[in-house]
Design a protein around this ligand. Sequence first.
Ligand code: SF4
Length: 330
Amino acid sequence: MIRPVLSVRDLKVEFVTRRGNLKAIDGISFDIARGEVLGVVGESGAGKSVTGSAVIGLIDPPGRLAGGEILLSGQRIDNLPPQEMRRIRGKRIGMIFQDPLTSLNPLYRIGEQLVETIRTHTSLTASGARKRAIDLLAEVGIPAPERRVDSYPHEFSGGMRQRVVIALALCAEPELIIADEPTTALDVSVQAQIISLLKRLGREHGTAIMLVTHDMGVIAETADRVAVMYAGRIVEIGPVQEVVQHPLHPYARGLMGAIPSLQSDTNRLEQIPGAMPRLSAIPSGCSFTPRCSFAFDRCRVERPEAIARDIHPVACHLYDQAPAKAEVVA
Ligand code: SF4
């Protein structure tokens, strides 16, 4: 079997508070292969950004890793000293955040920033690095890159700045890119361009991409597989076409109702009533019980584990029942 670029095994993250330790991530596992885009989707508070932060070793206190393993191309990275992890970020793991200005220094020309990153992670000379910077800008679709390489971040539009950040993330030819809501701050027309750029570059460079977003539409356009997160757990994971067209988990079915192009499908929920529980008030049993119109007695007392049912794994008691019960959502 080909070794995945990223392998997350039974990952647990908790927040230490005066009221006790709150579980932000409660035992999630997934892999991302070379050239594959895994979409991680869920509402705010589901734990998707915390998962991304855990992979890059940047969980903000009072959060901390509480268990599990993270492997990058087979090498365990969750237990590395901070200095070594810093070297891995930027070199082996690239990052793209919602706000491009998080990654760009407004005081320096973008060429200087690209050249510095390239020279930190490769043995290229200054002129070689500048040529590579211009090539990368051309690759991400910046017009007249020979001229724009000497511009400052504020001289670019939001969409163009995000293209520069993608170039920056690609500087060291990373094995993995974590993209956290990369299109959320952009105009809808620009979002589509950035999504297709990310997807194309991931394929061409063989980079594994973990795409974190609340937007099922972005996932449907970009991802090869999707992991649906709810209250710190993965409730459904599978190929994007299967999950979008045949979501199994009641929460995933509700999320699919949020894709505009699919709204005509009357079998899908238009919205999910209620809100994600606070970490201090996650219900016992299935955490989705208060919002689930299919909930039954077992859901309130027993936490569902992911089972591979029908086409892909899902954590819901409906699929661990006698056939008559499962037919409710078939
Ligand atoms: Fe709904 Fe029960 Fe399935 Fe949870 S386990 S999603 S409450 S049916």
